[in-house]
Design a protein around this ligand. Structure first.
Ligand code: ATP
Ligand code: PAU
Ligand code: K
Length: 259
């Protein structure tokens, strides 16, 4: 079975792919100090609790945190007896072009989202991912990644207000009833929620104008559904976009290997 690992700056998601569907998904906080042994104890405990008996034989990793890759590689070598594919490394080929400034290191999660978006929806897309950062990945007609936008993440913006202003509490994001807040918490939620609605609308409008062709907008990441509620921001929302992209890249590399 294939183990897909999506390591973001805040959370790392592990999923098991049986070739047709994801059998299960597990999430943990990203911590570069976690060792291969710790990952394995955690993974095997969850597998036995869920009575999953499958053997992991292959692994593909996307990591926006370079330091965690070392321990994940050790996990694969020691416990799964395999060499993982790591998105962004030269031996992991992509089914799409990457057309950016020479020498630019594109975040692997953005490459994976591009591949997944193109696989499911074809070209001319904007993929909006609400993770630690809010990213916009622009997918050309032929599926190429041609750049995008990196904005602060929603939770990061909320936290920045709290950290920098003595009188502003820690607040969780929700959709406020109105834009005019009648208390501090409501004011902060309105600022961040309606601020991001405007940010997404504004940036997508400008990208479309610059791209010069009709485009579809795909939302992903934990907060995409919140932003979609009531607002017509996205043409589609996909909670498993990054994981899907990992399976597409994995099978593309398998096919190349077997040629
Ligand atoms: N089902 C959900 N409902 C509400 N909020 C959610 C849900 N799932 C995730 N979130 C919140 O959305 C945020 C974004 O989740 P997501 O997994 O896309 O990114 P992340 O893990 O924060 O970032 P990264 O991928 O960069 O590590 C999370 O911080 C989490 O608090
Ligand atoms: C922007 C993030 C943090 C989003 O996860 C990640 O994709 C990243 O670290 N990117 C590197 C720079 C770039 O993508 O252009
Ligand atoms: K993510």
């Amino acid at each position: 079975m294939l183990l897909t690992i999506d390591c973001g700056n805040t959370n790392t998601v592990f999923a098991l792919w049986d070739g047709r569907r994801f059998v299960t998904t597990w999430r943990t906080a990203t911590d570069h100090r976690r060792t291969a042994d710790q990952y394995f104890v955690w993974l095997s405990t969850l597998m036995s609790l869920q009575k999953i008996e499958a053997q992991v034989t292959e692994v593909i990793i996307s990591s926006t945190v370079p330091r965690v890759v070392f321990n994940l590689r050790v996990l694969c070598n020691r416990y799964f007896d395999c060499r993982p594919l790591v998105v962004g490394k030269p031996d992991c080929r992509l089914p799409v072009d990457v057309r950016v400034d020479p020498g630019t290191q594109v975040g692997p999660d953005r490459l994976v989202n591009t591949v997944a978006g193109f696989d499911r929806h074809g070209g001319d897309l904007i993929v909006v991912d609400f993770g630690t950062a809010t990213t916009f990945d622009v997918v050309d007609s032929d599926g190429a990644y041609i750049g995008g936008v990196i904005a602060p993440g929603v939770n990061l913006s909320m936290e920045a207000l709290h950290m920098a202003a003595a009188a502003l509490p820690h607040v969780d994001i929700t959709k406020p009833e109105s834009v005019i807040g009648k208390n501090t918490v409501a004011c902060m939620q309105a600022g961040v929620f309606w601020g991001y609605v405007g940010l997404v609308q504004g940036i997508c409008t400008q990208i479309k104008a610059e791209h010069g062709r009709p485009m579809r907008i795909i939302g992903t990441g934990g907060l995409a559904p919140l932003f979609a509620s009531g607002e017509a921001l996205f043409d589609a929302i996909e909670d498993d976009l990054t994981m899907h992209g990992l399976t597409v890249i994995h099978s593309y590399n398998k096919d190349l290997e077997n040629r």
